[in-house]
Design a protein around this ligand. Structure first.
Ligand code: NAP
Length: 516
């Protein structure tokens, strides 16, 4: 028996791994079928269970063999007391399978526990978030005649999403934006690897390095260092706000966009809008040890339980998962059926058909239509990616402390809560530092210098950065005298945060104030 005689579709030639179908093991002519993937399904919250059911039904009908373990995550798990909505058993099953198809998980706004989505990405070091935006056949958008085919590669675990926040005073909140050289290098390498795997030509690095010179600047520099190692791929840099503008004006000019977590979150919703909306936008969260696939959209509570949700984004995410798992035949077959359905325009959900369209289909009617189109090929489909991005495998790592040639302390910033004027504060701080090896160099409020010099016409918060320069810059700050200075300051202002001012290889490792 040749391989081909055992297979039902020409697509199946693409698949690499075959096993004997269990029900034919004892037969004379056992049948070869693609081996099964093991994956965890997290139906999630809101519209999650509806779109997961529709997607899994299409996958089965399309011949994608997947051994599912369905686990709880999100609001219901949270209500049962699971931290971040992620029970231990769910994390264990995910670690075992290494592959996840995830429905949307709710996160309370402004209050409540940590985001289950962000926790999952960080727990499993899924550092690369790949969000393709391709013009889809039959989908009506203002850009439908434009050849949009781009991928946002978003750093997925750092930046403001480290979620390290503190109330500095009862009225001033702070969120740490953490960017590491290792994390930035990894995501840049992933972006260039994706460009190579998919036969793409250009990587555009997008940052806000003009304003956040150290954090976004480090990201930009790391990306440029990686770009230097990939001369066959063009690369450029764009400031993120200009990128947003250019994406709306000429989205067809973009190929791969590599950016930080927060920038990528916003920009990828924009790119989803260009090709038809959130209901059509898939994403992959990739790491060195596992991969998780999901729709870009959230739980859409306004339409949950009404059978209105579009399952396309989750289905496209599942197709990405099949390709990642080497199931190219099933991926191709299901993708073609989806495209044919979009082109035919029958039973499209309301977000695609138009909300007042009486012929709009329900979630399950749309899934039925895709199933009925299995085996057909779309006339105007965008080409499938040449190959999937495979990240280098590896064990969890702790970055070694880097050894710059020289590090010295230039002083310290002491952040204090104070309700008086800058002039009064400056006088008190000078008095407090008398006899200690520190000089009051600057005070700023919300980043704007208010001392020395004239007091600007600005509103002041009760949160001040008081910069003390070491009188004699030395290797280490004299800690006893630092403590003495803080004890003296505590008599008239409450300190809430202290930062060391380091010179790294002679370059300041700290920002100056606006106006300084
Ligand atoms: P959202 O859930 O993405 O929904 C925004 C709007 O987009 C919906 O109200 C709906 O608009 C439309 N929409 C989204 N998905 C759709 C689909 N499959 N079919 C049709 N229309 C769809 O954003 P959100 O309302 O800001 O967030 C809701 C919750 O989801 C929050 O708790 C948030 O934290 C969470 N969230 C989770 C993830 C994730 O799990 N990765 C991502 C984003 C947000 P109309 O009905 O108005 O047309």
């Amino acid at each position: 028996m040749t391989l081909n005689t055992a297979l039902e579709h020409d697509f199946d030639e693409l698949d690499a791994d075959y096993v004997v179908a269990p029900e034919t093991v004892t037969k004379r002519q056992p049948k070869l079928v693609p081996s099964a993937l093991k994956a965890v399904a997290l139906p999630g919250d809101g519209i999650g269970p509806e779109i997961m059911e529709a997607t899994q039904r299409i996958l089965v009908a399309g011949g994608a063999r997947i051994d599912w373990t369905t686990c709880e995550a999100g609001a219901s798990a949270n209500a049962k007391g699971a931290a971040s909505g992620l029970p231990g058993e769910t994390l264990d099953e995910i670690a075992k399978a290494g592959l996840v198809l995830k429905g949307p998980l709710e996160t309370g706004i402004g209050a409540g526990g940590k985001s289950a989505n962000v926790t999952l990405r960080k727990h499993f070091e899924l550092y690369a978030n790949v969000r393709p935006a391709r013009r889809l056949p039959g989908v009506i958008t203002p850009y439908m005649d434009r050849n949009i085919d781009l991928v946002v590669v978003r750093e997925n675990v750092e930046d403001l999403y480290a979620g390290i926040e503190h109330m500095q005073t009862p009225d001033v909140a702070q969120c740490l934006k953490l960017i590491t050289r290792a994390g930035s290098t990894k995501i840049a390498e992933a972006a260039f690897a994706l460009a190579k795997a998919e036969g793409r030509k250009r990587v555009t690095v997008a940052s806000k390095a003009n304003i956040m010179k150290l954090s976004e600047g480090l990201f930009k520099q790391a990306c440029e260092d990686v770009a230097g190692k990939h001369p066959t791929i063009q690369s450029d840099h764009m400031i993120i706000d200009n990128l947003a503008h250019r994406l709306v004006m000429s989205p067809e000019d973009f190929d791969v966009i590599c950016t930080t977590n927060m920038n990528g979150d916003i920009i990828s919703d924009l790119t989803a809008g260009l090709v038809g909306g959130l209901g059509l936008a898939p994403s992959a969260n990739l790491g060195a040890r596992m991969a998780m696939f999901e729709a870009v959209h959230g739980s859409a509570p306004d339409i949950a339980g009404k059978g209105l949700a579009n399952p396309t984004a989750l289905l496209l995410a599942a197709i990405m998962m099949l390709r990642q798992g080497g199931k190219l035949a099933a991926a191709e077959r299901i993708e073609q059926a989806l495209y044919v359905t979009l082109e035919d325009g029958k039973d499209l959900t309301a977000d695609m058909a138009g909300p007042r369209n009486e012929k709009a289909g329900s979630t399950s009617a749309f899934a039925d239509r895709v199933i009925s189109n299995l085996g057909q090929r779309s006339q105007h489909c965008p080409p499938a990616p040449k190959a999937s991005l495979k990240l280098p495998k590896g064990k969890p790592q702790t970055t070694a402390v880097s050894a710059p040639t020289k590090r010295t302390d230039a002083g310290m910033d002491i952040f204090v809560e104070y309700g008086g004027s800058p002039t009064e504060l400056a006088a008190c701080l000078k008095a407090a530092s008398a006899g200690l090896p520190f000089t009051l160099a600057m005070i700023s409020n919300r980043g704007l210098k208010v001392y020395p010099g004239t007091v600007p016409m600005a509103d002041f918060a009760d949160h001040w950065r008081c910069r003390f320069a070491s009188r004699a810059p030395q290797d280490d700050l004299p800690e006893q005298q630092m403590a003495e200075l803080m004890a003296r300051i505590s008599k008239f202002a409450r300190w809430c945060h202290v930062e060391r001012l380091q010179m790294i290889d002679g370059t300041p490792g700290f920002s100056v104030a606006q106006g300084q």
